[in-house]
Design a protein around this ligand. Structure first.
Ligand SMILES: Cc1cc2nc3c(=O)[nH]c(=O)nc-3n(C[C@H](O)[C@H](O)[C@H](O)COP(=O)(O)O)c2cc1C
Length: 338
């Protein structure tokens, strides 16, 4: 199957798929599987905070990609470009030094990443959940948007992809859009392409894989959960985040209390309070993905409904490819072009 979209042309990958960056989940074996199977694997730089680790990973992935050039896969780094991310500058410097070919930026101002990435021909896509975010990213010179829609794993957007993607294409016709949120099948990818996207970014489906570095309990929870088990919580980072509704989540509640809300809005305290909340949230999440932890805080999107098994990343990608083909054939049976 040959797929030609703006995204595949711009990045050189075979399939219009991003294995989405996932805090605490994405790891080197997943990136290798993405590269070896023709998709774009992206990981958050924050998954490698130990001294020298990120450098080691970047050196390895660059060599691995060269050794698998025929597979037409690639890799990229997700940078949280927010003042509260104390690793941001150091991580960006390392990525530029290792000539990372692709970036996804989340939150904050992507200008510096775009300028440095463009100095050696890398591409930068920015997470956007509405047209205002997109306008700002476009003015900074981004190469594309990651349209994060309703029900996505992590910080989901407020709008359905069937509205957000065409709205972005209407307003910014020349900028490639990647659809993110609720896509876990080849039919989902084809449906995004039909809406105007040039690729799909898939997170939740890849949690339930052999390679993901999270506990078996978490992977099984993704398989067993349905879309009605996904709730939005402010208790992790302060920003609403999708999570599987476990007894522990019910115990700690979904909303910030009055004092926390006041501290996060007050101009004098907001920056420090947000940093504190994020640090606390990261520690909680980090514990929760480890085996045997009773604090079951498992981040996942509504597409858990479509995940029925734990398999290898390679199998997920192969299935997506076959399903894309079947979805196209089924469409042709229903629509006769004259
Ligand atoms: C467990 C988990 C962790 C995530 N961590 C990040 C992250 O660190 N940075 C980021 O930009 N997006 C993050 N996301 C969002 C994904 O990159 C992607 O936008 C989302 O998973 C797409 O929706 P889907 O889960 O329905 O496929 C995360 C998603 C999940 C499920």
């Amino acid at each position: 199957m040959i797929v030609n979209t703006d995204f595949t042309a711009m990045t050189g990958v075979k399939l219009p798929v991003i294995m989405a960056p996932m805090f605490l989940v994405s790891n080197v074996p997943m990136m290798e599987a993405a590269i070896a199977n023709g998709v774009m694997g992206v990981f958050p730089s924050l998954n490698f905070r130990e001294e020298k680790k990120l450098e080691e990973v970047l050196t390895h992935l660059s060599a691995y990609r060269r050794s698998k050039a025929d597979s037409q896969g690639s890799y990229g780094v997700n940078l949280i470009v927010q003042q509260t991310n104390i690793w941001y500058e150091k991580h960006l410097e390392l990525c530029v030094h290792h000539r990372v070919p692709f970036y996804i930026t989340s939150l904050g101002n992507p200008s510096t990443v775009i300028k440095k990435a463009h100095s050696y021909g890398a591409k930068v896509f920015c997470d956007v959940t509405n047209l205002e975010h997109a306008q700002k990213a476009m003015q900074k010179g981004c190469d594309g948007f990651i349209a994060v829609g309703q029900g996505a794993g992590g910080h989901a957007g407020p709008y359905p992809l069937t509205v957000l993607v065409p709205a972005l294409k209407k307003k910014f016709p020349d900028i490639p859009v990647v659809a993110a949120g609720g896509i876990a099948s080849g039919a989902g990818i084809i449906s995004s392409l039909a809406s105007g996207a040039s690729a799909a970014s898939i997170g939740t489906r890849f949690i339930a894989t052999f390679e993901a570095k999270v506990s078996e309990e978490y992977k099984k929870a993704v398989v067993n959960a349905g879309m009605n088990d996904i709730v939005l919580t402010e208790r992790i980072s302060g920003t609403p985040c999708t999570i599987i509704n476990t007894p522990y989540v019910q115990k700690i509640g979904l909303k910030q209390n009055k004092i926390e809300r006041w501290l996060s809005r007050n101009p004098r305290t907001k920056r420090y309070f947000k940093m504190l909340v994020q640090k606390r949230g990261l520690t909680l999440l980090e514990k929760a993905v480890m085996p045997g932890n009773y604090q079951n805080l498992w981040c996942a999107g509504q597409s858990v409904e479509l995940v029925d098994d734990i398999v290898s990343c390679k199998d997920v990608i192969r299935r997506l490819e076959t399903e894309m083909q079947t979805a196209c054939e089924d469409l042709y049976k229903q629509i006769i072009l004259s």
